[in-house]
Design a protein around this ligand. Structure first.
Ligand code: ADP
Ligand code: MG
Length: 701
């Protein structure tokens, strides 16, 4: 191809080499092997191909209903071809003159009782060799490419030429023969060929399977190799003792008994912390499952072994709330707990905290990003807990590590000479297993899959905006019982101004509807002192209603609040709705979540709302979320710093393959820990190649 089109290929879709082109897979194929007669067509056929000529054109309708109709015949019947975009009518008439033979491809539909085909693909009959073509590939192209003369057909010409050139050459395998044999995989060259030019639908399926497996396999191989490397090399403090702090707390100060799940998780972590290796654990647990308490008790084990512990939260409100909770739980124990956030002012006070940390008098530090500052030095940091992980990037996790006893940190990829603190990451955003395996593949996972006893499941109901009267009645009756109510408005970055306007209007409306009540208002644009003061009033019960944006999404704990009203609920994703709902249902009373939407909803939104009304199980919701949106959109995955380019596999749909790929990658690593089996050489080479292009696992801490 000429230099101009080459440039377009590079800038638009990143193709510069033959390999890039080989791996630029078509997004669909069209079966060119079967021709239908028009009298055979029915409206429930997925796609059909017919051959014939246009008899005449006709325009119908006006305004937005305008359409161009071509009466098309194959000598056995007549069918209408239809176009709806008036801008294209002239071009259609010019390109497909009546009387010329064409091959028409499309999906049959019905209009006014007649079968038609809207916006069909049309080719001159003499340009296609039907039968010989089989399944024709369709490639994604951008508008810019099309304008530059690069459409799916031109890409087809390039790939055809490429495969002709490849005839008789050999292409090295990337997977060991033993895996290929065991899984009955198609060999690499054949799978690449068949992904573009399959002889049958079955050949296409087999080729797709091989490439999906390969893609997921190399991701898992990279993650596991890294995780094992670290496991072998990173030493950890040994917290062998479970001493008086833990035991006194457990036996005398714990106001309730732990759930079985909490006990199991604490045991899992204690085992990690005794192993001599660094603990790197992800603790998943639905909102309200009692993660904070688990963190606290794990920290007491660190303290019992004469180490310090630190808890990092994503917001000041949350950090303060943890601080209050910890103080309360530990009030009768000899543990000094301090809070360090941007809001902790006063030179003397800060200096006192810093001093207490370096001398070791402070046992537990709770804070925000502020604890990452360089002047924050611990005497003996043994355990770091990060709450609501999805708000923190991987880089920040790494900075906390460096606060361990010996600050010198080896070069990336080597972990010698340091003993970093144990790391516990907590998240309330349940992540489906397959995704967790891919995103946090280097972490061990613990799950609290049980709520404390006595909680009544939150009742979720859907209201239309128009029914505000009954909404107000419901709110009032709860407040009369002495409860409090959250009203939340969505906040979407692009139109923040408009969103705040929504909130302000809503605040006015609720003030008018409840003139006798005290109402708080909180949003992200407020100064943080002001925000905290308003939150504080609500937490203390001085106000009955809190109108807020999603600043309250994470971790706020007001057990007396029993109603969560989510306005414009159609604009929230499932994960976020679930998070918000988790703010209520924390006491023993029946709690409610009210999803308020406009009347007209898309099919998908209706399903989303329905799922929320049917289940409170976070994992079920997360799975549904993954199905709806695909992994790229899941909250938190972008910030995790581990975005993958999946070309062909789909984490939502190919969950079983993820598991298989992981199992086999583990076996390969077991069998070839030194990476020196000859049969694996091409595989390791391929892994290095992929690492260069994508994620360099050796640098992620
Ligand atoms: P999470 O952080 O997982 O969302 P929290 O740790 O904030 O949940 O716990 C929610 C509430 O449940 C807190 O008020 C906490 O004191 C309480 N709680 C935790 N564990 C138990 C338990 N085993 N029994 C009863 N209540 C518990
Ligand atoms: Mg929490």
């Amino acid at each position: 191809m000429g230099p101009q089109r080459a440039k377009l290929l590079e800038s638009e879709v990143g193709i510069t080499t033959f390999r890039d082109l080989l791996y630029y897979f078509p997004y669909k194929h069209i079966d060119r092997s079967r021709l239908y007669y028009i009298h055979e067509l029915t409206a429930d056929m997925p796609f059909v191909q017919i051959k014939g000529q246009i008899l005449s054109f006709e325009e119908e309708g006006t305004g937005r209903k305008r359409r161009l109709i071509a009466h098309f015949t194959d000598g056995h019947g007549v069918v209408d071809l239809v176009w709806f975009q008036a801008g294209t009518f002239k071009w259609v008439r010019r390109s497909y003159p009546a009387g010329k033979q064409f091959i028409v491809f499309g999906r049959p539909g019905v209009f006014n009782g007649r079968i038609n085909i809207a916006h069909p693909d049309i080719d001159p009959a003499d340009s296609l060799q039907l039968g010989a073509m089989g399944l024709q590939p369709y490639y994604n192209t951008t508008e810019k490419m099309k304008r530059g003369g690069l459409n799916s057909r031109s890409l087809e010409r390039f790939t055809r030429t490429l495969f002709e050139k490849l005839q008789g050459t050999t292409m090295p395998e990337t997977l060991p023969q033993s895996i290929i044999d065991r899984l009955l995989l198609v060999p690499l060259p054949q799978s690449l060929h068949d992904l573009h030019y399959p002889a049958s639908a079955d050949a296409l399926r087999r080729a797709t399977y091989r490439q999906k497996f390969e893609e997921l396999f190399f991701i898992q191989l990279g993650i596991l190799r890294y995780a094992r490397l670290r496991q072998q090399q990173v030493r950890g403090h040994v917290f062998a003792r479970v001493g008086s702090l833990f035991n006194t707390f457990y036996q005398h100060h714990l106001p309730f008994s732990l759930t079985e799940a909490q006990k199991r998780v604490i045991r899992e972590m204690h085992r990690d912390m005794c192993s001599g290796r660094q603990m790197n654990r992800l603790l998943q647990g639905d909102v309200g499952s009692g993660k904070t308490l688990v963190a606290l008790m794990t920290m007491l084990i660190a303290l019992d072994n004469n180490y310090q512990a630190c808890l990092m939260a994503p917001t000041e409100i949350l950090a303060e709330q943890h601080f209050v909770t910890f103080k309360e739980f530990l009030k009768d124990l000899p543990v000094r707990v301090e809070l360090l956030t941007g809001a902790v002012k006063g030179k003397k006070r800060r200096a006192g905290i810093l001093q207490g940390l370096s001398s070791g008098e402070i046992g537990i530090l709770i804070g925000t990003h502020a604890v990452l500052e360089d002047n924050v030095q611990f005497k003996n940091l043994g355990l770091v807990v990060i709450d609501e992980q999805h708000r923190f990037g991987v880089a920040q996790r790494a900075r906390l590590w460096k606060k361990g006893p010996s600050a010198a940190y080896g070069a990336p990829g080597t972990f010698e000479g340091t003993v970093p603190p144990h790391v516990l990451v907590m998240t309330a955003t349940p992540i489906p297993r397959t995704l967790a395996m891919t995103l946090y593949g280097d972490l061990d996972v613990s799950v609290i899959d049980q709520l404390p006893p006595g909680r009544k499941p939150i009742e979720t109901r859907h209201f239309w905006e128009e029914r505000s009267e009954s909404l107000y009645r419901g709110i009032r009756s709860e407040i009369e019982k002495g409860r409090q109510v959250y009203i939340v408005y969505p906040l979407i970055q692009e139109s923040e101004k408009m969103d705040i306007q929504d909130l302000e209007n809503g605040y006015e409306v609720f003030c008018r509807a409840f003139p006798d009540l005290k109402i708080s208002k909180v949003h992200g644009r407020m100064k943080s002192a002001e925000k905290d003061a308003e939150m504080e009033r609500f937490v203390k019960g001085e106000t009955q209603i809190l109108v807020a944006t999603t600043v309250i999404e994470v971790g706020v704990n007001v057990p007396n609040a029993s109603v969560m009203v989510i306005m414009n609920a159609e604009r929230f994703g499932l994960a976020q709705l679930h998070q918000l709902r988790g703010r209520v249902g924390r006491g023993a009373d029946q709690s409610y979540c009210i999803l308020v939407t406009k009347y007209k909803l898309s099919q998908e939104t209706r399903q989303r709302i329905q799922i929320m009304c049917e289940t409170t199980d976070g994992f079920e919701i997360a799975e549904a979320d993954l199905r709806f949106r695909g992994p790229g959109d899941l909250e938190g995955t972008q910030q995790s710093g581990m975005a993958f380019d999946l070309h062909i596999a789909n984490i939502a749909r190919d969950g079983q393959l993820v598991q298989l790929a992981r199992d086999i990658a583990g076996e390969v690593l077991d069998a070839d820990p030194g990476q020196n089996l000859p049969e694996n050489a091409p595989m390791w080479r391929r892994l290095r190649e992929l690492n260069r292009d994508n994620v360099d696992w050796s640098n992620i801490s």
